[in-house]
Design a protein around this ligand. Structure first.
Ligand SMILES: CC(C)(COP(=O)(O)OP(=O)(O)OC[C@H]1O[C@@H](n2cnc3c(N)ncnc32)[C@H](O)[C@@H]1OP(=O)(O)O)[C@@H](O)C(=O)NCCC(=O)NCCS
Length: 164
């Protein structure tokens, strides 16, 4: 059973350790997420969550409103969207269904707001396994798009394609 809880400044070392893990560098590069700065603030357009299995932290999920996020990473966006980032930091927990469970919880969380009608994700175009993972959850490919130096594949899940 997965439990999601808010990330706090106490998670700083954990998140840095995960950032340095080879399987995480392979999927999201070495981009600096500015944890020290970000973990102390809770803007209302973002949730940063730690996924725990039996109180042991295994992964991270970020949910943002891409239209209101302050760096405008996604560019101009209509209202009614959310964007999710997800990773399992503890390598021993990969490939056992935990990611699917984490993603289902995150998606339910997004769609529990009746104003949300779509969810975006942007795996690296080369991350074939993550792309298959999202496709199995019902995400549909939208377009290839460069974010900074990363070639990404944008996917979207519409509320109508989701069975809670
Ligand atoms: C993508 C991820 C969240 C999926 O969670 P998971 O618990 O491993 O996945 P599940 O057990 O629920 O489902 C298995 C599927 O996950 C994906 N997966 C498993 N290991 C993976 C890995 N090291 N990297 C990427 N995807 C992986 C595959 O699609 C796998 O299906 P397959 O065996 O048919 O290829 C997780 O593998 C992960 O964090 N990977 C590394 C970071 C990453 O790629 N994050 C996504 C960035 S957009």
């Amino acid at each position: 059973m997965i439990h999601l809880r808010p990330a706090t400044p106490h998670d700083l070392d954990l998140l840095r350790r995960w950032d340095a893990a080879p399987h995480i560098i392979a999927s999201k590069g070495t981009e600096d997420w500015g944890w020290e700065r970000e973990l102390v603030r809770r803007p209302d357009w973002r949730e940063q969550l730690i996924a725990e299995v039996e109180e042991s932290p295994i992964g991270f999920i970020q949910i943002i409103d891409p239209g209101r996020e302050d760096s405008h990473y996604w560019g101009d966006c209509p209202t009614g969207l959310r964007a999710i980032d997800i990773w399992i930091g503890e390598e021993a927990y990969l490939g056992q269904g935990f990611g699917t469970e984490m993603m289902r919880l995150a998606i339910d969380r997004c769609f529990s707001d009746p104003s949300v009608d779509g969810i975006l994700i942007d795996p690296m175009a080369s991350n074939a396994r993550a792309r298959r993972f999202y496709e199995r959850l019902g995400f549909r490919f939208v377009e290839n798009r460069s974010f900074g130096h990363d070639d990404c594949a944008v996917y979207r899940l519409d509320r109508g394609n989701w069975q809670p």
